[in-house]
Design a binder for this molecule. Sequence first.
Ligand code: M6R
Length: 362
Amino acid sequence: GKSGYEHYMLKEIHEQPRALRQAISGRIDDLATSVDLEVDLPTEYLQSIEEIQIIACGTSYHAGLYAKELLETHAEVPVTVHIASEYEFRGDRDPWRTLVLAITQSGETADTLSALREAIRAGARTLALTNTLGSTVTREADDTIFIRAGPEIGVAATKTFVSQVATATLLTVYLGQVRETLTSQAATEFLESLRDLPGAVQQVLDQEPTIKRAAKTYADSKAFFYVGRKTGYPVALESALKLKEISYDHAEGFAAGELKHGPLALVTPDTPVIAILTDQAAAEKTVNNVKEVESRGAAVIGVASDPAITTNVDTMFEIPACGPLEPVVANVALQLFAYHVANKKGRPIDKPRNLAKSVTVE
Ligand code: M6R
């Protein structure tokens, strides 16, 4: 049941600290120095990978974009992320040196399965990242890592997104160590931010009344634009998808720097801009983009851990610092924002029109 929550989505949002603890449980040693993913990926193989291709749809695709940033930076392996329905295996190197990572909560998404089959036909090695034991993807991929989020009933993916990113972080540390691209100090910092993540998410959940008030203030806007940089960018895309899916409002995510290359023409006093101001360096640049939209009269909602960065915004969601996983924490605040906008409008949040939890047609 919904354990007293009005919707499964809200219940699942609140389950995230527990889901995240499950995702890392037993996979990080006490001293936060190493990772055990319970998967049979031989060291020599991981050292020999020349490329990772990620295939996924929707929210899982956004988790893939986040994973790309982490993997390329810390495991120094080139990563391409593909919308599964657009995927084609290309390249003339030994296909086995390409690891194809299929990210799918349900393990049953037709587009993702058909991309996976394309990769298998081409001779790539395949790895599934999924929530669902016994799902089709687990039977067809060479190996599987489970995200352990527990069942997700709401059509809008919430806890599975954060668990996908947490598990991809474990994979990054594992690969970075095997490939000797990550210092032990950096590995420990990563693993400590993973351990801090459930507590940080809980602190955001405790701010629900503030976020709900903001949702009421902005609910009747004409459109909502989300901007971020680096790992804040996939979170902008994901937060926009969540809002459009459940509220039926027009919402779009952009790389903050792209605003001035076109979307700025859409910005008016009636279109709030939600700025993910997480990574210190990236946030400073995003602040400049925020100034551009403010001068067009748009209201700005800032999400940041550093209050100094957000002094000029109209509304601010202050989140706890959480190292490379801070954008995940920002996402949780924006899940609540989307939920309360949709709920104010009386939308059928757990079953939005036209959508299915698992999309089994191409
Ligand atoms: O089960 P999957 O992760 O493969 O599902 C992929 C998408 O259909 C899914 O993430 C969809 O975008 C969600 N409803 C978004 O909230």
